[in-house]
Design a protein around this ligand. Sequence first.
Ligand code: MD3
Ligand code: FE
Length: 216
Amino acid sequence: MDDLFAEMKSPEPSRQELAEGAVLLRQRALDVEDKLLDGVRQISHRAPFRKMLTPGGFSMSVAMTNCGRAGWVTDRRGYRYQENDPETGQPWPDMPDVFRELAEQAAAEAGYEGFSPDACLINRYEPGARMSLHQDRDEKDFQNPIVSISLGLPATFQFGGLKRTDAVKKYLLEHGDIVVWGGASRLFYHGVLTLKEGNHPKTGNVRYNLTFRKAY
Ligand code: MD3
Ligand code: FE
């Protein structure tokens, strides 16, 4: 029988190649959404979200924290990975097993068997926050992919090519979506457009993005 309301249903889990080496696994994180969000809350209790300064002295609109051996930080001295939270002097909280297992499984499904992240950067976007076009190049070995998990409010993600001026494509990243970036796309420019107001049943007016990296 015809389904008159097919277009109103949430999309099915799916796998889509966005560019060479970049795979979008829609809804792949949904079965552990509550465990992931509990992990974010526990991590942020010990290592609070903070808006870091760029080397140029501007405050980022995205608030960040980390878990795992290494954490990505930025301040007037530059961008880098470091093993202690600059706000507390303490090591970053451990990477929860559910985080690591999901990131490793998603990487394997995308064709990157053996990925073993030592860093997880957690971004928190509130309405108005954005991330301008950039490359992720503070990691030691670009042969390793980056795994991204989106939770909460949807955001428009844009990615281009190896040059900042390359044309960009836009994708809506929604709650539970995972993207694995490796191969040719590992150094592609990418960013996130200004987050719109909204109310997500699991996170309220917030979007989280977890990126799993091998820093060392
Ligand atoms: C494409 N985060 O933390 S995740 C970042 O949604 C970052 O918070 C965005 O860019 C966010 O650095 C985008 C998707 C992503 C992450 C890493 C990539 C896309 C990428 C590395 C290379 C190419
Ligand atoms: Fe990035």
